[in-house]
Design a protein around this ligand. Structure first.
Ligand code: COI
Length: 357
């Protein structure tokens, strides 16, 4: 991927906040690095990108994103590999998805040049913020929102494209307990479930909060018509090992085309397991628990990486997954993904974008 770097204005912080961060105890999303990238859109074109100290913005309370929800984001990760090179994992794939989100929300698309030059310049400036502890990374959050001030319901003519970065540890600290959701719906087919618009997440808070009050960590979303088929879980796609096969819900307009989902399906081809992307019914998962053919269930996502599912509640009955053994598919897949990113295994699919020194 060739990146032509347009001139980018850089204003550096006077004093870095980095020394105040405990890199051994990051959690997820608690800290934001010193700088952010900011590009503004108006009169039909993008202005100059600036790297500026991370800080508050001055915005109109009438801006359209706050009222009518034109706001989308991506989630990506950067690492330092075993040779100390900075890598971004699959940025082109993330850009493709970001542009799908932008198109669906009637927002201006991003060129590869604008996206990559903002990202790489920001990473060069905040390279010291990339954690090196195992399981940690620099989470990259490109996002865009409608900034035109107008109360009329319309497609905005002005936008801000910002990238924040955040040193993060694991998203979940333990295996998650999920509940099959049979009342609320995350997304219907034909809606916006396949894109990363802010409203998808806000709309999921209430059912998730109710599930958490019942002792679960996340909900397992089902189809909007019958609640019979599994879509995805909060902030991650889901995969099962059922009858010795890797089974995952096929992509529909109601679920997110996860980059980690795609990476694991691709890697599975060389891992001695057959994969099935298809509709996955709640009934067959329950049957798999009963007859012992469901041996693994896990969530996959950029933030979640590969996160084991401890139990699934189906129609009010709680089913426990067996403990995750060292030879389990999910642990092997997690290790393989990490080895590719760190440079211990050949990157045969060309997933790592290595920043030029
Ligand atoms: C990601 O994996 O990047 C996500 O979008 C999850 C996020 C909402 C924390």
């Amino acid at each position: 991927m060739a990146v032509m770097t347009a001139p980018i204005h850089i204003e550096r912080v006077k004093t870095s906040r980095r020394a105040s961060i405990d890199f051994n105890n990051l959690g997820f999303g608690n800290y934001i690095s010193d700088h952010m990238s900011l590009t503004e859109y108006s009169n039909g074109s993008w202005g100059e990108t600036k790297i500026v100290p991370y800080g508050d913005l001055t915005l109109s309370p009438a801006m359209l994103a706050l009222h009518y929800g034109q706001a989308i984001f991506e989630g990506m990760k950067a690492f330092k590999n075993k040779d100390g090179q900075i890598i971004i994992f699959r940025p082109q794939r993330h850009l493709q998805r970001m542009n799908k989100s932008l198109e669906r929300m009637c927002m201006p698309l991003l060129s590869e040049e604008l996206f990559m030059s903002s990202l790489t310049t920001l990473l060069e400036v905040d390279a010291d913020w990339i954690p090196t502890n195992e399981g940690s990374s620099l989470y990259l959050r490109p996002f865009m929102f409608a900034s035109e001030a107008k109360l009329g319901v319309k497609i905005s003519d002005e936008y801000k494209f910002i990238i924040l970065t955040s040193p993060v540890g694991p998203y979940f600290s333990k295996a998650v307990k999920v509940k099959v959701e049979e009342e609320f719906v995350r997304a219907a087919e034909g809606g916006t479930g396949f894109v990363k618009c802010a409203g998808n997440y806000g709309g999921a808070f209430y059912p998730t909060m109710l599930a958490q009050k019942q002792g679960f960590d996340q909900v397992l979303w089902t189809d909007s018509k019958e609640h019979k088929y599994i879509d995805e879980s909060g902030a991650m796609n889901v995969m099962f090992v059922l009858n010795g096969k890797l089974v995952t819900p096929k992509l529909l307009s109601s679920l997110l085309d996860g980059v980690t989902r795609d990476s694991i399906l691709t890697m599975s081809e060389s891992m001695g397991i057959q994969k099935e992307e298809r509709r996955v019914s709640v009934a067959e998962i329950e049957e798999g628990f009963k007859n012992g053919t469901l041996t693994e269930a896990f969530g996959v996502g950029t933030a979640a990486v590969v996160s084991p599912i401890a139990s699934i509640s189906i129609h009010g009955r709680n089913y426990e997954l067996p403990p995750v053994g060292p030879d389990s598919f999910q642990l092997r897949a997690k290790k393989k993904l990490n080895d590719i990113r760190m440079g211990y295994e050949a990157d045969v699919h060309g997933w790592n974008y290595i920043l030029p020194k």
